[in-house]
Design a protein around this ligand. Structure first.
Ligand SMILES: Cc1cc2nc3c(=O)[nH]c(=O)nc-3n(C[C@H](O)[C@H](O)[C@H](O)COP(=O)(O)OP(=O)(O)OC[C@H]3O[C@@H](n4cnc5c(N)ncnc54)[C@H](O)[C@@H]3O)c2cc1C
Length: 467
């Protein structure tokens, strides 16, 4: 157990509106303290890296320990954090900003753009100069165990965190003990190690980076509740060579479907198929491929059985968590909040950076997290996600209406002749699926009178939906 109590400090900030502000009595991390990060996915690794940078800058020395149950060395869902693996330009730049070079061992493909297919009609949105990369989170599909010298994204990031001084303990966290008086006592994290032996670790700060595919969320007694989520479904296939599926990300939406959309993400010779719906199962994803008329095209590749390679049912958070902090505890990444439907890895980067800054520069008590981390980060995400929900609702309406769907596709095709900055609906679709702009800004560009009129004319006016 830690012997000396953590100290309180008065912090002085400069606020442009009010001049200097003083915040009194926040519980501080001190030299030699241990931080236990529960989960070594993107959020956990990014937190360790941000904290190392801050400690270096402020001359503080802390022990950062990441507890992770997976080694990321096994093929299939067991060694993978199950996602579509698309990295938009923002997160690619953020990672470069940490002086990390993601080489060709991590990146499977640089995609040229999107093909949007609504009710069987499609249009391309090309942005070859944009940096949109695809990665596998783990080692790749279960039934195709050749890694071809590649590294999974999560394993790569974990190794980068280790380079900044974090230690990684492979084990499963089973219990978190928060003292009745957390101001004067540290937390205890209990876990079983690789040999299945019970172990424990005392930590001044516990960082919950365990995502939403874990039962750990139930182990905190202070009122934390994980975000609501959708049960999605993914499968891996062999990509049809020299086809649209290998160059672009293909997004399919259609009327009367249980899926909001189905995305086909190229990764070299593989294709990840992500079915996004409220509660969708593998059999329904297979049916969807049939209805979309893709079972034959995709099944024809090397005579593959579509059920063969790999599949998983990851959860996709659609709300923010309730009370994601307490004195000496803070949640980050999916366990806290992420951008609605998109960019979970970027959200993990941002929440981990904000939480690390609050913990080191403001304090580790509940009030510090509420005043700084919650106000500046969680609330910002939650507010923007409201606009995101509206945008995806409009997308659903578009796909449900024959005329509107045709109108959108026809406008995207027509806009191809225009310079990129004038491509109204193509840019909106691009920003929506790459997630490189706040949802509020996307909705504002969508709700313009001229754009709306053009879409309505294309959908319902004379010469409607000309393709
Ligand atoms: C279908 C789908 C597609 C997606 N596509 C994309 C995409 O293309 N791009 C994108 O940016 N995001 C995407 N996401 C979101 C992305 O997967 C998540 O936002 C991201 O993984 C969150 O990172 P995290 O570190 O918070 O959680 P996770 O990645 O879930 O990591 C949590 C870690 O905690 C570990 N853990 C859990 N419990 C324990 C325990 N008891 N003991 C020890 N370790 C434990 C787990 O093993 C895991 O490594 C997608 C999500 C879904 C569902």
């Amino acid at each position: 157990m830690e012997s000396t109590p953590n100290v309180y400090r008065v912090t002085v900030d400069f606020c442009p509106a009010f001049g200097y502000t003083f915040s009194m009595g926040h519980l501080q991390l001190k030299d030699g303290d241990t931080i236990a990060i529960l989960g070594g996915g993107p959020a956990g690794s990014f937190f360790a890296m941000h904290m190392a940078g801050l400690c270096k800058k402020h001359g503080i020395s802390l022990q950062v320990v990441i507890l992770e149950r997976k080694t990321f060395l096994t093929h299939g869902p067991v060694g993978c954090n199950m996602c579509a693996g698309v990295l938009g330009g923002n997160i690619v730049n953020m990672i470069s900003g940490l002086d990390i070079i993601m080489d060709s061992k991590v990146i499977r493909q640089n995609v040229e753009g999107f093909r949007l297919n609504i009710n069987g009609m499609d249009a391309h949105i090309h942005r070859p100069s944009s940096r949109v990369y695809t990665v596998f989170r783990g080692m790749g599909p279960r039934r195709e165990p050749s890694s071809e010298g590649y590294t999974g994204f999560d394993s790569f990031m974990l190794s980068q965190a280790q380079k900044t001084g974090a230690s990684v303990l492979h084990g499963t966290v089973t219990e978190i003990v928060i003292p009745d008086d957390p101001v004067h006592g540290a937390c205890v994290v209990r876990y079983t190690d690789e040999k299945n032996q019970p172990q424990e670790l005392t930590a001044a700060l516990v960082v919950g980076a365990f995502g939403v595919n874990s039962t750990l969320s139930r182990k905190f007694g202070f009122g934390y509740a994980e975000p609501h989520y959708w049960h999605t479904c993914q499968t891996e296939l062999m990509a049809p060579p020299e086809s649209d599926f290998t160059r672009s990300i293909n997004i399919f939406s259609r009327r009367h479907s249980r899926f909001l959309f189905t995305a086909f993400i190229p990764k070299g010779r593989y294709l990840t198929v992500s079915g996004i719906g409220r509660h969708v199962k593998f059999a329904e994803l297979m049916d969807e491929l049939k209805v979309l008329g893709l079972d034959r095209t995709l099944g024809a590749v090397q005579g593959q059985d579509l059920r063969q390679l790999c599949h998983c049912h990851p959860r996709l958070p659609v709300t923010a968590a309730h009370l994601p902090y307490h004195t000496r505890v803070v949640m980050i990444g999916d366990a806290s909040v992420s951008r609605y439907m998109k960019n979970g890895i970027e959200s993990a980067f941002i929440t981990s950076r904000c939480a690390a800054e609050t913990a080191l520069l403001k304090g580790i008590d509940e009030a510090a997290f509420r005043e700084d981390y919650d106000r500046n980060c969680i609330t910002t995400f939650a507010r923007d996600n409201r606009y995101g929900k509206a945008i995806f609702f409009l997308h659903k309406i578009t796909a449900s209406d024959r005329h509107l769907g045709k109108g959108v596709i026809s406008l995207i095709r027509e806009e191809r002749e225009l310079p990129v900055e004038k491509q109204w609906i193509s840019n909106i679709t691009w920003h929506m699926f790459v997630g490189d702009k706040p949802y509020r800004a996307i909705l504002r560009s969508l709700l313009t009178v001229t754009g709306g009129l053009r879409l309505l004319m294309r959908s319902f006016g004379r010469g409607k939906g000309k393709l």
